[in-house]
Write a protein that binds this ligand. Sequence first.
Ligand code: COA
Length: 328
Amino acid sequence: MKAKITATASYLPERILTNFDLEKMVDTNDEWIRSRTGIETRHLVKEGEATSDMGTQIALQLLEKSGKDPEEIDLILVATSTPDYLVCSTAALTQDKIGAKNAWGFDIAAACSGFIFAMETASKFIESGRYKNAIVIGADTMSSIIDYTDRDTCVIFGDGGGGVLLESSDDDVGILDSILYIDGSGSRYLNVPAGGSAHPTSKDTVDKRMHFVHQDGKPIFKFAVKNMADVSKQILDQNKLTGDDLKLFIPHQANRRIIDAAAKRCGLPEDKVFINIHKYGNTTAGTIPIALNEAAESGRLEHGDLLLLAAFGGGFTWGSMLIRWGDA
Ligand code: COA
């Protein structure tokens, strides 16, 4: 038995922050941001809007599209680095807001690889035969941990998320394979230093702005290109496939140059690579499900098509997933 995607959804908050808006906030400019990252705009939540609010919108769309009742959902996983609270999972808050009273679930913290990690986890529950309908969400409110005086990070990230409904499949569509990795030695290059047990929040950590994302862009860039390309190639090789067999490659959207370089290393032509980073920036766990929903809604995926997902993120985390598309 396989787990197959039977519905897709995404949610982008209404407020839009353009490169020109950022020019007024930090020492940057539209030309630099576009040429170094490919980003033109990103969406930001309104005051009081949290990750579970986005998760709820996504879950409600999935219920509507699939015609399922909230009571039919038995598992909810939310991949996020920006939960509403440190204690109380965003999955539980989402469960309550949609009234999925027969569901259990939890959050998964794998930064930008979170959605693929959550899909792998949910698929194993479905494949076991014990769970039938799983909602898998990737969503991040990056604006809650971004320092809008730090030009190294504030130009890159945005808020948003997406998700899928996973159900069991007896035919040959669904999640075919995945390869996932973590390497904690990379944690020094991208992290939020304070607010956890290593450095609990204090006046000192706040004064030092340690509750915001800190990143060393260059090593991450190199790591991302190499590992996202290698893990994509690895999954194709182990399934005796080449880029020619794929309908679409949906990579994590962190930087247009990273996507182009990784696709080139895998020998994937531009028309098979899904790119929407110009509109949303890096929404962390949100990028892949947002792209997946756009690809599905725009008719770029048909029954039987082979789809490759690949991501990398803080941790370090990285991975790839091969899917044969069904009828979502
Ligand atoms: N606007 C204008 N100039 C900026 C800038 C900004 N927002 N941010 C940095 N600069 C400057 C730097 O200070 C540097 O100036 P200098 O040459 O006078 O020292 C110059 O631009 C080049 O900086 P550099 O860091 O070499 O740029 P880059 O080509 O490596 O691009 C990133 C920077 C962050 C866009 C790129 O390294 C990157 O995308 N890394 C990966 C980050 C990522 O994906 N994080 C999320 C992981 S999931």
